[in-house]
Design a protein around this ligand. Structure first.
Ligand SMILES: *[C@@H]1O[C@H](CO)[C@@H](O)[C@H](O)[C@H]1NC(C)=O
Ligand SMILES: *[C@@H]1O[C@H](CO)[C@@H](O)[C@H](O)[C@H]1NC(C)=O
Ligand SMILES: *[C@@H]1O[C@H](CO)[C@@H](O)[C@H](O)[C@H]1NC(C)=O
Ligand SMILES: *[C@@H]1O[C@H](CO)[C@@H](O)[C@H](O)[C@H]1NC(C)=O
Ligand SMILES: *[C@@H]1O[C@H](CO)[C@@H](O)[C@H](O)[C@H]1NC(C)=O
Length: 431
């Protein structure tokens, strides 16, 4: 018994390829450690660290693909292909550990609040990253494929049938993949979820897929929320660690137990046409003590066009429609007096001189969130350049959607309470 246990432990650790030993912190209860993709604990961290500028530009280019993806969701049309000749990877920013199969195989899944289904690369996948773990279904005694006639097969986009096995094709960012719909035991922290339905990727093209797979935290069909409703009651919270303090980890807490009591709430809105997205009612933005003059149409929630504001874990920098961004930026600049404005990639409000930074407050229905400076100013390592870390929608994307992104959420606990249609925000230092 002891040897079996020991060999299972050894197997478990050896599966987490490329992780340094002090990164093997065990997840407890229903709480998972959330790590930044560039953390020393992440096998996906860059081999050679980028310069600050290149890092910012790379994050912005990832956002471009992400925003295009979110806009395509909203517009219900397929993704505009990203300009060829340049590889834009859209590896999401934050990852968690999950165990799949019996005996468990550990995979590092990207968390994505704007996607429903989970999917992982499977053995034999053509076009998946060869340097990371893939799920080997042949090694799992609890693995099953989903039949074409099963209800779950009706919930995937564009289902296909190979024999009696249900499959589907999907685009994600600039990538497309074909997967079989399968079921196996999923263990999150110490909670087993038997018969979890997910996609087992067989073919992948493009470079946007997260290397080891994705855990969709949306609330549509086949999402974690809908498959674990009796266990987690469609309630979860997360705290994302700062992108600079990569040594730290945040947390993803599943279920109503242990959620913060002292937290401000705003109403969570549901767009029946885009059930996976978490819409909120952003009403205004304050710079310093001034509520910026922004037309109400810039924020209005409209389920038929997809317009409004979503909270997203996968976009890095908050992106506002132009009618909202330009007045915010202009007010911010006005407060800088005549300091010379420069730009850096998609950031158009940067300063290379020391500046006194005004506060920024997002005014939601029922909740005001004043951001700490680290949530809206990005500073160069040497401290010589500071940029307003937000942007206006690019001209070439469908710009009806405001996206409150992860840079703005770092070191805050975001609580999603679907049964009560509430979204909570509280400051929490998780890095
Ligand atoms: C699956 O089993 C084979 C044979 O026992 C082994 O070589 C391989 O490493 C296993 N793969 C995983 C992912 O556990
Ligand atoms: C799905 O993707 C596979 C592999 O890329 C392709 O062979 C197949 O034609 C696609 N099916 C549909 C319905 O698009
Ligand atoms: C992060 O961890 C590494 C290795 O453990 C250490 O060398 C480094 O100083 C740490 N960085 C910070 C910012 O704590
Ligand atoms: C900005 O520059 C103009 C013209 O040089 C000057 O009149 C004005 O007082 C300056 N404003 C501030 C806030 O320094
Ligand atoms: C949010 O701020 C606005 C403008 O300062 C104020 O009118 C409103 O009462 C505040 N709302 C809450 C819930 O604090």
């Amino acid at each position: 018994m002891r040897t079996l246990l020991l060999s299972l432990v050894v197997l478990f650790f050896s599966l987490v390829k490329g992780l340094s030993p002090n990164c093997n912190i065990q997840d407890q209860g229903s709480t998972l450690q959330v790590i930044h993709v560039n953390s020393p604990c992440s096998p996906f961290r860059p081999k050679t660290p980028l310069s600050w500028q290149d890092n910012v530009l790379q994050m912005q280019s990832k956002d471009k693909a992400r925003l295009q993806y979110l806009s395509s969701l909203v517009a219900s049309k397929s993704i505009v292909p990203i300009a060829s000749g340049r590889t834009i990877t859209q590896n999401p920013t934050y990852i968690v550990r999950a165990k799949i199969g019996t005996p468990p195989q550990t995979l590092l899944l990207a968390v994505d609040t704007s996607n429903d289904a989970a999917w992982v690369p499977c053995t034999g996948c053509v076009g998946c990253s060869s340097t990371t773990m893939v799920f080997d279904s042949a090694n799992s005694t609890t693995f099953k494929t989903v039949d074409c006639s099963a209800d779950q097969c009706k919930q995937v986009p564009n289902p296909t049938c190979a024999g009696t096995t249900c499959g589907f094709n999907k685009t994600y960012g600039g990538s497309a993949f074909a997967a079989n719909l399968v079921q196996d035991t999923l263990v999150l922290a110490t909670d087993p979820v038997p018969g979890y339905t997910f996609g087992c990727i067989q073919t992948s093209t493009g470079s946007s897929l997260p290397a080891q797979g994705l855990l969709g935290l949306g609330r549509g069909p086949l999402s974690l929320l809908s498959q674990t409703d009796s266990l987690y009651k469609s309630t979860f919270s997360y705290c994302l660690p700062g992108y600079k303090s990569t040594n730290f980890s945040g947390s993803l807490r599943l279920g109503p137990i242990g959620q913060p009591k002292k937290i401000k709430y705003t109403q969570l809105l549901k767009n029946p046409r885009r059930s996976s997205l978490y819409y909120v009612n952003l009403m205004a933005i304050k710079v310093g003590n001034k509520v910026v003059d922004i037309p109400a149409t810039a924020f209005a929630f409209d389920p038929s066009t997809g317009a409004g504001t979503v909270i997203d874990s996968g976009t890095i920098f908050t992106n506002l429609v132009k009618a909202a961004y330009i007045p915010v930026r202009d007010e911010f600049r006005r407060r800088m007096g005549n300091a010379t404005v420069t730009s850096l990639g998609g950031f158009d409000t940067c300063y290379i001189v020391p500046i006194t930074i005004p506060s920024i407050t997002f005014i939601f229905s029922g909740m005001n969130v004043t951001l700490p400076q680290d949530n809206f100013i990005i500073r160069s390592t040497a401290g010589t350049t500071s940029c307003l870390a937000m942007a206006g929608a690019a001209d070439n994307v469908n710009s009806v959607l405001n996206v409150i992104a992860n840079f703005q959420q770092q070191n805050h606990r975001i609580l999603i309470d679907v049964p009560n249609s509430k979204l909570g925000v509280a400051r929490e230092t998780c890095s």
